[in-house]
Design a protein around this ligand. Structure first.
Ligand code: DI6
Ligand code: FE
Length: 408
């Protein structure tokens, strides 16, 4: 689906918009000229030549324009759901206890292994459509519920197909080191060997992998095991990132920094040594308030220290069936402010420019400037901060993906 009423080559105007360009909100109402899929011109509406509006159609007037939103951390493709586990947690069983009992991630592994590629596509598609309707134009999708070559391949193929069939850029991440599959019980090092020597080389050769992730945690994989995965990734020229410091401080962030990771994600338990390390490596700190909220965490990520250190912060849904069954990125804007005390500008930057950087796409995505792709959202609001302030679906007036209007 690439849209029906699309006019990618025709020049169109958006007039008198409050513009958040990916890093800041412009003081004056702005006019955007879109042609050939790009932002041809961007200037204050007060300086707009009078004949423009007779020469070219006005596609939008007033409201707010932001870059297309970027969800830089999701587990969108999975089988089944975990509503039963949700109820168990309400009865007081913890996420870590459920994982130790073979539930949690492993129950999704079972459901994902039993699902066909078409099943997985059919279940992920409406979740992605919900994100698209909420303004998402780029999404990262991880594997990690297959945990064998056959099933990780299936997940990554579904992610690629979602990117081909829907108007969204998909970046795939191989998360083989997410959990220990049951057939490797007691043999985690052997599983990591399988990940490094068998799964990763095959999936990389099939062009299914844009980046590699690990879950570095006492209920998942050790620092040494994660380092083996990173070493193998570098041999294949693939960038790395990590689920680190989510439930405890394992110093995964320092390891990530050593391998020039794109991002460190979760990081509730990140300490000062970790902050110093990612500051030096230029790694993005990705905050996942949906998981913090769902798990009712009490340890806050060190936002003020990250801010002082000048570490770029991204914000994402972590959309997954267990710790963040939330498929709405604009809700994360609100949660990042309310729970983590980001400013609305920081939160917006976290789902645009900094999310792009977390995917290695900082030069081409998440920014609106002349010459950049015309991938943006036009919102019913008076000021960009309102997108973080109120939790309100259906504010998207139009969504433009590479110059084409997406039917909403
Ligand atoms: N941390 C997370 O938030 C997801 N994976 C991870 O390592 C949760 C995955 C799940 O609970 O299914
Ligand atoms: Fe995650």
């Amino acid at each position: 689906m690439t849209g029906t009423s699309t006019t990618p080559h025709q020049t169109q105007l958006w007039v008198g918009v409050r513009l958040f360009d990916g890093t800041r909100t412009h003081d004056e109402p702005m006019t955007l000229v879109v042609a050939d899929g790009r932002i041809k011109q961007m200037l204050p509406s007060s300086k707009q030549p009078a004949q423009w509006e007779s020469d070219w159609p006005v596609a939008g007037r007033g409201g707010v324009v932001t870059p297309g939103l970027i969800d830089c951390h999701t587990h969108l493709v999975f089988g089944g759901n975990r509503a039963g586990e949700f109820e168990q947690r309400l009865e007081g069983v913890s996420y870590a206890e459920i994982a130790a009992q073979g539930g949690g991630i492993l129950s999704t592994v079972n459901a994902t292994r039993s699902a066909s590629e078409d099943d997985l596509f059919a279940s992920a598609k409406p979740r992605l459509e919900a994100l698209i309707a909420d303004g998402v134009t780029t999404i990262e999708i991880k594997s990690g519920y297959g945990l064998s070559l056959e099933h990780e391949r299936k997940m990554l193929r579904v992610a690629r197909r979602l990117g081909r069939e829907l108007p969204v850029d998909v970046m795939t991440t191989f998360l083989g080191a997410h959990a220990l599959p049951p057939e490797y019980k007691g043999r985690a090092d052997d599983y990591i060997t399988d990940v490094c020597e068998h799964m990763l080389p095959a999936l990389a050769a099939e062009q299914l992998v844009d980046a590699v992730d690990v879950f570095c945690e006492n209920i998942a994989f050790s620092i040494d095991q994660c380092e083996r995965v990173f070493t193998a990734s570098k041999q294949h020229g693939l960038p790395v990132k990590g689920h680190v410091e989510q439930l405890s401080n394992q110093h995964g962030s320092e390891l990530c920094a050593q391998y020039q990771a794109l991002s460190v994600d979760h990081i509730e338990w990140l300490d000062e040594a970790g902050i110093a390390a990612i500051q030096r490596s230029g790694t993005v700190a990705t905050l996942l308030p949906g998981a913090f909220y769902t798990l009712r965490d009490t340890t806050l990520p060190p936002v003020e220290k990250l801010r002082q250190a000048g570490v770029p912060m991204a914000v994402a849904t972590d959309a997954n069936p267990g710790s963040s069954p939330i498929f709405q990125l604009t809700l994360m804007l609100n949660m990042a402010c309310t729970l983590f005390r980001l400013t609305p500008t920081e939160a917006l930057q976290g789902v645009t420019q900094n999310a792009a950087r977390a995917l290695g796409l900082g030069d081409t995505h998440g920014l609106l400037a002349e010459g950049h792709a015309a991938t943006f959202c036009h919102w019913q609001a008076d000021h960009p901060a309102e997108l973080a302030y109120s939790v309100q679906p259906n504010r998207l007036l139009s969504r433009v993906f590479k110059g084409e209007l997406t039917p909403l």
